[in-house]
Design a protein around this ligand. Sequence first.
Ligand code: 4GX
Length: 222
Amino acid sequence: MRAQERGLIEIAAINIRDFAPGKHRVVDDLPFGGGEGMLMKAEPIIRAIESRKQLGKISRVILLTPQGKRFQQEIARELSGWEQLILVCGRYEGVDERVREHFIDEEISIGDYVLNGGEVAALVVVEAASRLIPGVLGNEASAQNDSFSQGLLDYPQYTRPRELRGIPVPEVLLSGHHQHIELWRKKEALRRTWERRPEFLKQRELGEEDRRILEEIKRTDR
Ligand code: 4GX
């Protein structure tokens, strides 16, 4: 059964337009001082936030914006601990600065590219954070095994057939030698991390064995 049906999480989409007055329910306006494009009006956003806070849950109010702190696994972990996240999604060129200053707890960016609105960014945050709530993950092999939980990229993985269009599975994985397999996986994870995300290795303090394996990789790699 899904996490929502099991009562582990509840996701509600709130339409800011429902909090805008008048027949036309206007949520955008021109920027003071002139310039390109439109901004989100403050009052409908504030009312929408308040409508969720009234539910009495301990809430974190987050604005999705390219100006925010870069979303990472660590932030997903922190956010997964809040009773309620209120994810504010802007459209147009942004939101009135007074909303940001007085009604937003935290600004998050999912990456250095430009989206049309914050909605897809909010979905990314919802998916990354909710799967860290105990019981949500379908496969209880769990978040312990994820990329990043160890500070390393994943090792290469294979399933049947043993030979795919002439391409074999690495022999060691078929050997049944659990210790050899563990060592191979550790080495390949370190190799990939060294090649693709070397900054991970500087952040993480390596154990004796890891350092030895890494030196071997550097020595023997092309
Ligand atoms: N990671 N966008 C938000 C409109 C906007 C601008 C400023 C509030 C303040 C994005 C990202 C992202 C585009 C979402 C601009 N709203 N959000 N939108 N990258 O590009 O989170």
